[in-house]
Design a protein. Structure first.
Length: 136
C-alpha cells in the first residue's frame, strides 16, 4: 500500500513539473508574439483605465496574456486581462458589450467564433497600455 501511495505522489509531482514546463513555454511564446507585434512601437504614456471606442479600430490576441487593440494615428493599446484570455486565439473574436462608448478595466468581453457565432468564454479586461509607432 505504501508503494502505491508513493507511486501516486511521484506521478502527481512529475505531472506538475511537465505542466509547469508547458506553462513556461506558452508564456515565452506569448511574450515573443507580443514583442514582435510591438517591435516598431514604444510606450507612450501611463496605463489608462478606459479608452474611447471611437479610438479603436480592431483587436487581436497576442497569446493568452494580452490583447492588442489597434487605434488611430499609429497607436496601439495593449490590454493584459488579469486572469488571461485563453479562449481568444486565431479564428476567434471579441464581442464588446459596453455602455457609454468606452471600454474600461473590469469590463467583461465575450470570446466567440465569428463563423458559427458560438461563444467560447469571456475575459475581464485590465488597464490599457498605450504604444505609439516609432518614427524612422
Amino acid at each position: 500500500m505504501k508503494h502505491i501511495i508513493a507511486l501516486a505522489a511521484l506521478t502527481f509531482t512529475a505531472g506538475c513539473a511537465v505542466s509547469a514546463d508547458a506553462d513556461a513555454q506558452t508564456m515565452a511564446e506569448d511574450q515573443a508574439a507580443l514583442s514582435a507585434e510591438l517591435s516598431n512601437f514604444r510606450p507612450s504614456g501611463p496605463p489608462m483605465s478606459c479608452v474611447s471606442l471611437r479610438n479603436l479600430r480592431g483587436n487581436r490576441s497576442a497569446g493568452e496574456g494580452a490583447i492588442i487593440f489597434d487605434g488611430l494615428s499609429g497607436r496601439k493599446w495593449v490590454n493584459r486581462p488579469p486572469a488571461g484570455c485563453p479562449e481568444l486565439r486565431a479564428g476567434r473574436a471579441l464581442k464588446l458589450q459596453v455602455s457609454g462608448g468606452r471600454l474600461c478595466r473590469g469590463d467583461i468581453v465575450s470570446v466567440y467564433d465569428p463563423l458559427t457565432n458560438v461563444s467560447s468564454g469571456s475575459c475581464g479586461l485590465g488597464d490599457f497600455e498605450p504604444y505609439q509607432r516609432q518614427r524612422r
